[in-house]
Design a protein around this ligand. Structure first.
Ligand SMILES: [Zn+2]
Length: 114
């Protein structure tokens, strides 16, 4: 019983982020994207993924890259590094560029840089 109480306290004190999908009251809805982390900032990551766009002039598909900024809560800051493959989910706009939040890590990056 005692151990359980201590663990609960830890979870509560670890993360005071109200924009954390797990501990706060941030609701995730909308689109989900999978991409590689290209840069890491304070409480934010930028992911990049490729998509195919049809070019009518050449009747072929071209590769285009999309960059998306996602909220990274404090409690997960140490788990995510540049090069990792992660999944993000859409949420309400948290700032001018952040409309997504970190969901889960799919694969660890090979060339981990800090
Ligand atoms: Zn949290």
């Amino acid at each position: 019983m005692k151990k359980q109480k201590i663990e609960e306290q830890k979870i509560n004190t670890e993360c005071k982020d109200k924009d954390c999908p797990r501990h706060g009251n941030l609701k995730l809805r909308g689109r989900t994207f999978k991409g590689t982390v290209v840069s890491k900032y304070d409480k934010r990551i930028a992911i990049e993924f490729e998509r195919m766009v049809y070019v009518r002039k050449y009747e072929r598909y071209a590769r285009k890259k999309t960059k998306v900024h996602a909220r990274l809560p404090r409690c997960l800051e140490k788990d995510v590094n540049i090069g990792d493959l992660v999944r993000v989910k859409e949420c309400r706009p948290l700032s001018k560029i952040i409309h997504f939040a970190f969901l889960e890590k799919v694969k660890e990056g090979v060339n981990t840089k800090k």
